[in-house]
Write a protein that binds this ligand. Structure first.
Ligand code: ATP
Ligand code: SF4
Ligand code: MG
Length: 334
């Protein structure tokens, strides 16, 4: 673990086993060939997050981004591997140490409406966790919540309102305020602006940038949209079907993608209306994580696939300064 590494993801795997339901078990007894399915959501990922950086995590739907984010936030345990936060294996902490670690890493979800209790005023939504964990006393609470509302760009008087009385962008700010209220130093932002209009997205992304400076935060910024993580990230990690396929400095990775999957992700089409870059969908279907292709998972869609790709898993290795990639083509180039 290097000095500036705040979080180490060390060979982390997550498999989900979906047991058979009653109808499937009955059909199986009657001779149908039905087996419980195992989803390889995250497959042996090793990755360091540096203190104070924004690490963008991108990849198409179902590639395991949220599952990795949830494991980092301690919301779901890995099947294999370890997550070390400031050198400590979070899963092994007990008592107050476990509680403190759980507060230090907060997760912000895509849809604040479904994660905010509709029956509570926003000031209670924000104040609940700090009150339960004794972060602020009862008397200081009102001022504490008002300060946080102001920090996220909301009028402090809005604390009396209920979630449905806010716009989408304001609700995103409430979700951020709730996470900040327990004084975290690491935020996992999972598709945190995906539900918002493009202009509001930009405002909320700017807020994330400001808060990082104000509170000395580190982010893991998860998005299926490279356009969203492009400007906010210091480094970008690219996932494909549970595996990390490329990692590097954000600007450099987008300017000079090494992995054919990243190359496909960054092949962009400019749009006339907004002048904003959008990214083209990649050709070919995403294979099922229940039955991933052997060798390089990307081979059925890769224009450069050759025999070795169909049988041998490419290892993630350094291909340039600060750049890791998992593609056999790097061996032939060497
Ligand atoms: N609790 C669960 N039980 C069973 N399978 C799950 C569970 N959570 C996730 N999965 C499966 O794991 C795989 C990865 O899912 P995950 O939600 O991590 O992907 P994602 O990259 O976040 O996708 P999206 O961009 O659509 O949010 C998917 O095939 C998904 O169906
Ligand atoms: S290992 Fe082969 S299939 Fe995979 S990305 Fe590289 S060239 Fe394509
Ligand atoms: Mg997700």
């Amino acid at each position: 673990m290097t000095e500036d590494c705040i979080l180490k993801i060390d060979g982390v795997t997550k498999r989900f086993s979906n047991d058979l339901d009653i109808a499937e078990r009955t059909a199986r007894k009657l001779g149908a060939k039905i087996e419980p399915v195992t989803v390889h959501a995250v497959d042996g990922i090793t990755l360091d997050v540096r203190k104070g950086e924004v690490l963008g995590l991108v990849g198409e739907s179902g590639c395991g981004k949220s599952t990795l984010g949830r494991m980092v936030a301690g919301l779901t345990p890995p099947t294999d591997g370890r997550i070390l936060y400031k050198g400590q294996n979070v899963a092994e902490l007990k008592g107050t140490a476990a509680r403190d670690a759980a507060l230090r890493i907060q997760m912000i979800f895509q849809d604040p409406m479904s994660s905010l209790n509709p029956r509570l005023q926003v000031r209670d939504i924000i104040g609940e966790a700090p009150r339960v964990h004794g972060i602020v006393g009862r008397r200081e609470m009102a001022g504490y919540v008002e300060d946080i509302l102001a920090q996220v760009g909301l009028d402090p008087s809005t604390g009396k309102r209920y979630p449905h009385q806010f716009s989408g962008g304001q609700r995103a700010r409430v979700g951020i305020a709730r996470a900040l209220a327990v004084k975290p130093d690491f935020l996992v932002c999972d598709e945190s602006v995906a539900a918002l209009d493009v202009s509001i997205q930009a405002q909320v992304l700017n807020l994330f940038v400001k808060l990082r400076q104000d509170f000395d935060l580190t982010y893991m910024f998860v998005s299926h949209d490279l356009g969203v993580v492009e400007h906010i990230s210091d480094r970008i990690a690219v996932m494909y079907l549970g595996r990390l396929v490329e990692l590097g400095d954000a600007e450099d990775l987008i300017a000079r993608p090494n992995h054919p999957y990243t190359q496909a992700l960054v092949s962009q089409i400019p749009t006339f209306e907004t002048g904003k870059k959008t990214y083209q969908a990649i050709k070919g279907e995403i294979p099922s994580p229940m039955n991933p292709p052997p060798g390089c998972h990307f081979h059925p869609r890769c224009p450069f696939a050759h025999d070795r790709c169909r049988s041998e898993v490419p290892v993630l290795k350094q291909v340039a300064a600060g750049r890791m990639s998992a593609c056999h083509l790097n061996d032939s180039a060497a």
